[in-house]
Design a protein around this ligand. Structure first.
Ligand code: XMP
Length: 319
């Protein structure tokens, strides 16, 4: 794609001008956007870049290992792996309001980045994989009613106290363009094709308060659901699929006994940019198989429902 090749060259040139001899840290989330940001910066400024992977404890099963492996082994980009699970969980204890969750997480990310920057002997810039749709959905529109749909943790959540300047080389791009740029930069196809994963992670897929036990239940259900999607050959036909653990208990029956456990909602959508989306029309057979496996294999869930809301009026994530 010659257009993307030209864009890449131009973006690298712009980054070199903006950064000069400065030191940059780049947060990796496990998603495509931050990975493309990191690789682009690596090409632009080489060893002035250090990547930081913050394990928030709100990641999906296996996520942390995949990221660390890609960057350390494949790219040989210096990577600091921060295990911040306890810090995040402690600060989020009892927080139930979706916007408060997002802002708390945004603040924690900055605390961790600031601390890591100091350990590295100082940094000048923080790089983030903010996309155009993140920018649009986080700002208040002018000329109409002032509405913030969600504070994307990497847009609205940045406190003024942060000393680092921001570098956001993907700010003008949509997701499909970021993927094209990723391919141009030689990122492996499996990585470029990954479903989006939000920075706040599983915290916004557990309505109500977040506990380690709930996170573990959700990780198990999510893993089974995605395994079934891959087995059915549907992964690439879907923009994003995930499980949500609802703070609702219902009565069930298993064997000879009564159960009283949580409801799990499954979500899958098609989209081109995340701004609008349609629910994915799974076969009933697929849904039945996924539901049966989750209920049989995950203790703590005894009922599964499928979310058939499109965007609008729903959003993709539940919070
Ligand atoms: P919504 O739920 O607003 O999501 O329809 C649109 C897309 O954005 C992702 N998303 C986020 N990504 N930080 C991110 O990096 C965030 O705070 C965030 N919130 C939502 C969401 O997963 C979907 O792909």
């Amino acid at each position: 794609d010659w257009t993307m090749a030209a864009y890449k060259t131009q973006a690298i040139e712009k980054l070199r001008q903006q950064i000069g001899k400065g030191r940059v840290i780049c947060g990796l989330s496990g998603g495509v956007d931050s990975a493309v940001t990191a690789v682009l910066l690596h090409e632009a400024i080489g060893s002035q870049l250090t990547c930081i992977f913050v394990d928030t404890g709100m990641m999906r099963a296996g996520e942390a290992d995949e990221v660390v492996t890609l960057f350390r082994d494949h790219y040989n980009i210096p990577l600091v792996h921060v295990d911040a699970g306890k810090q995040f969980l402690d600060k989020l204890a009892g927080v139930t309001d979706p916007e408060t969750k997002r802002k708390t997480i945004g603040g924690l990310f900055i605390d961790v980045f600031d601390a890591e920057a100091s350990k590295l002997g100082g940094a000048d810039f923080l790089a983030q994989g903010t996309l155009y749709p993140d920018v649009i959905e986080s700002v208040s529109f002018t000329g109409g009613p002032s509405v913030t749909i969600k504070s994307h943790h990497n847009v609205g959540g940045l406190p003024a106290r942060m000393k680092l300047k921001l570098v956001e080389p993907l700010r003008e791009l949509f997701k499909d363009e970021v993927r094209a740029l990723g391919r141009e930069l030689g990122l492996p196809d499996v990585f470029v094709g990954r479903h989006p994963f939000p920075g706040p992670g599983l915290a916004i897929r557990i309505p109500g308060d977040i506990t380690f036990e709930k996170l573990e239940i959700l990780r198990k259900a999510d893993r089974i659901y995605l395994e079934e999607i891959r087995n059915a050959g549907l992964y690439d036909a879907i923009w994003q699929a995930f499980a949500v653990l609802l703070p609702v208990k219902t009565v069930g029956v298993m064997g000879d006994g009564r159960t009283y456990d949580n409801v799990c909602a499954l979500r899958a959508v098609t989209s081109t940019d995340g701004m609008t989306a349609d629910y994915f029309p799974f076969s009933h057979e697929f849904l039945g198989r996924a539901a049966t496996r989750i209920i049989n294999e995950v203790r703590g869930i005894n009922r599964v429902v499928y979310d058939i809301t499109s965007k609008p009026p729903g959003t993709i994530e539940w919070e």
